[in-house]
Write a protein that binds this ligand. Structure first.
Ligand SMILES: Cc1cc2nc3c(=O)[nH]c(=O)nc-3n(C[C@H](O)[C@H](O)[C@H](O)COP(=O)(O)OP(=O)(O)OC[C@H]3O[C@@H](n4cnc5c(N)ncnc54)[C@H](O)[C@@H]3O)c2cc1C
Length: 336
């Protein structure tokens, strides 16, 4: 089995496939990933009424199981303080969990190698069908073949497979990496603005940015963000300039402590895949036998641990039960 993309999606899918005895080769590009700079927050409640949102509310238990099997992956309990929104929303911190994206990102490659994944540090340049197999050519000159290929390359999927579903798009996100852990705990906006922009992304005529002011611990420091930048069309363009200044101005006007707007920090911007329907893809791609997509999450840290074992079960054993569950969750839709 070939997987392109060594972020959260490709990583957890590779682990689930190895647990089922599948030989896995994972092609991991070294471009910045959404996973590395994610807040990694897993709310302890459903973020919607869909079947996937309800299943994802239990993701912390799945991460605990993963940690029991594989050791530290960065999971801890979190108290989520909200700012903005209705006054009652700010009264008490909400229960949740967080995967520290610095710890997870640092640990994942070594863990994948430990469990026997063949880990290729290279960028996939092309995907072709040749003699009934998928052929992936890479930047280091290597070429890999397999009857089954999963694209889990986040915002890099469309470049590899131009017929990538129209609903799956990409944007830029920017955060500041602060050297100190926040004294104020984990702070998120009561109402995120990003999801509405994701839903209307197909109608965009001009680029739009939105700031969802949050402050979360990461490693020994913190992440302060997040600014999201969307542009019309399906191709990911270069990020607009001055996003950092725009983020700092919005932080100054937000419910977060004002001094944070001037705090020294390292700027990071990463491409982020999303689905304009809110429904990710964990299933086959149309007219491409053996080619699968695994991408498009709004909250990957809650959704991927639910979906990766189900997709692995279908890929490893052709399980109709697991496929039925993916269909029920609406993430397996061959026709779109
Ligand atoms: C600032 C920020 C905050 C977030 N906060 C949360 C949160 O609190 N909770 C939550 O659940 N989610 C959050 N998310 C979203 C979450 O991070 C993503 O849903 C998740 O990380 C997506 O993982 P992925 O593996 O699909 O994509 P990515 O992490 O982007 O991984 C894709 C990988 O594919 C690689 N790649 C791309 N092209 C190629 C190629 N041609 N060849 C080889 N490799 C390639 C890239 O280098 C990358 O490593 C946040 C995201 C951001 C940016």
């Amino acid at each position: 089995m070939l997987i392109v993309g060594g972020g959260l999606a490709g990583g957890l899918l590779a682990l689930a496939l190895r647990e089922r005895g599948v030989d896995v080769c994972l092609i991991a590009g070294q471009q910045p990933s959404a996973t590395e700079w994610s807040y990694g927050v897993i709310p302890g409640w459903p973020l919607g009424t869909s079947a996937l949102a309800i299943r994802s509310a239990k993701a912390a238990g799945l991460w605990r199981d993963l940690q029991r099997r594989y050791g530290d992956l960065g999971l801890s309990r979190a108290r989520i303080h909200l700012h903005g929104g209705k006054p009652w929303a700010r009264l008490l911190p909400l229960p949740g969990s967080q995967v520290d994206s610095a710890r997870f990102h640092a640990r994942l490659p070594e863990l994948l190698k430990q469990v026997g994944v063949r880990y290729a540090c290279a960028e996939a340049l092309s995907v072709e069908r040749q003699q009934g197999e998928w052929l992936v050519r890479c930047s280091d000159g290597s070429a890999h073949t397999s009857p089954q290929l999963v694209l889990a390359a986040g915002a890099g999927c469309r470049r590899l497979w131009p017929a990538w579903p129209e609903a799956l798009r990409s944007s830029w996100a920017g955060v500041l990496e602060l050297p100190e852990a926040p004294a104020h705990g984990l702070r998120l906006p009561a109402q995120f603005q990003r999801p509405a922009l994701e839903r209307s992304s197909a109608e965009l005529q001009v680029p739009r940015t939105v700031v969802d002011a949050g402050l979360v611990p990461r490693g020994a420091g913190a992440l302060l963000g997040q600014i999201s930048s969307f542009a019309p069309g399906l191709t990911l363009q270069a990020p607009p300039p001055a996003l950092e200044q725009e983020l700092r101005q919005a932080i100054a006007a937000s419910g977060l402590p004002k001094d944070l707007a001037e705090a020294p920090g390292r700027w990071h911007q990463v491409p982020v895949a999303f689905s304009r329907t809110g429904i990710p893809l964990a299933g086959p791609l149309a007219d491409a036998p053996g080619l699968f997509g695994f991408s498009g999450y709004s909250g990957g840290f809650a959704q991927v641990p639910v979906l990766a074992p189900l997709l692995a079960e279908v890929l490893a054993a052709g399980s109709p039960t697991a496929q039925g569950q993916l269909e029920q969750l609406q993430v397996w839709q061959p026709a779109r």
